[in-house]
Design a protein around this ligand. Structure first.
Ligand SMILES: [Zn+2]
Length: 303
């Protein structure tokens, strides 16, 4: 059973999840994170609060994608331990948001080498502000920063797997990477994809709706009917589900663009609910229709 506090956190999204963390403090302490097999050496680890983690585990050790909020470090270490492949050797961050890099410091202390796009290190190195959510994110301690950075991508070879990390420009943030596990045909998209509802777009820090749409199209082009897609938030998806999500992003963008072309401001557009047909499916569990309307509006306004 999902508790009221957890339901509230999910309904209000990432910004509110941080703000409400204190209220829900006793829940994460009880929460166990289980490693669920995705395919072959790749497992999904998810607290349900922060972003999804992927672990590639085998005789060469563990490569982990993302590290959730800092307060789940103990549960994540236990879930990694349950895979029986030792501690995390390599940690890849898909982007800099605190629900994806919070466990970095503790994993680095356990000797993980952290890799990410160069803008992840830049943004984590100084104080940030998440516009629209009105959330300040202080600079991360030096020990939490990626020590391997790249501009286009990097490939890791371990556990018989080729793990290809590829930067996608200006989508959810300005430092997004997708992580492909080529042999087992699994892909972790970071927050380019939310399975459970309207996504967050960090429009004040280099993200954009057009970049999100382009990124989803690029990911879809890398997938076939067998690909298992681990989104930044929500359940594992198929290519067909990814295409549905991409169609939603395009339809939402067109609806807001048409309202803006008619000269309406943000408040008028939010009041008119031009995306009502999409809201039923997408506007419940993650970001609200009003929030996503603002993100898309700000993105189109800033072009
Ligand atoms: Zn994010």
């Amino acid at each position: 059973m999902m508790s009221c506090a957890l339901r509230a956190v999910l309904a209000l999204g990432l910004g509110a999840a941080v703000l409400l963390a204190a209220l829900a403090a006793q829940e994460p302490e009880r929460q166990e994170i289980r490693a669920e097999p995705v395919r072959g050496s790749v497992h999904l680890l998810a607290s349900g609060f922060g972003g999804n983690l992927a672990a590639c585990a085998g005789e060469d050790g563990v490569l982990l994608v993302d590290s959730d909020y800092a307060r789940f470090a103990g549960q994540i270490a236990a879930a990694v331990d349950s895979l029986g492949a030792g501690p995390v050797k390599i940690l890849v961050n898909t982007h800099w948001h605190p629900d994806h890099v919070g466990g970095n410091e503790s994993l680095a202390a356990a000797r993980a080498v952290i890799a990410a796009h160069e803008n992840v290190r830049k943004r984590m190195s100084c104080d940030q502000h998440l516009g629209v959510l009105e959330m300040d994110v202080p600079a991360a301690p030096a020990a939490a920063l990626p020590v391997v950075t790249f501009s286009e991508g990097v490939t890791f070879h371990l556990n018989g797997e080729e793990v290809r990390v590829q930067h996608v420009a200006g989508a959810h943030t300005d430092g997004d990477s997708i992580v492909r596990f080529l042999r087992v045909n699994v892909i972790h998209t970071g927050d380019i994809v939310f399975q459970d509802g309207y996504p967050f777009i960090d429009v004040m820090n280099g993200g954009s709706i057009d970049g999100m749409i382009a990124a989803v199209e690029a990911v879809a082009a890398l997938c076939d009917a067998e690909t298992r897609i681990i989104p930044g938030h929500g359940s594992v998806m198929s290519k067909a589900e990814l295409l549905d999500y991409g169609a939603m992003l395009r339809a939402f963008r067109e609806a807001i663009a048409a309202e803006m072309a008619a000269g309406r401001d943000l408040a008028a557009i939010q009041a008119r609910r031009p995306t009502a047909a999409l809201d039923e499916r997408w506007g419940k569990l993650s970001f609200s229709p009003e929030q996503f309307t603002e993100l898309v509006y700000r993105s189109l306004e800033g072009r």
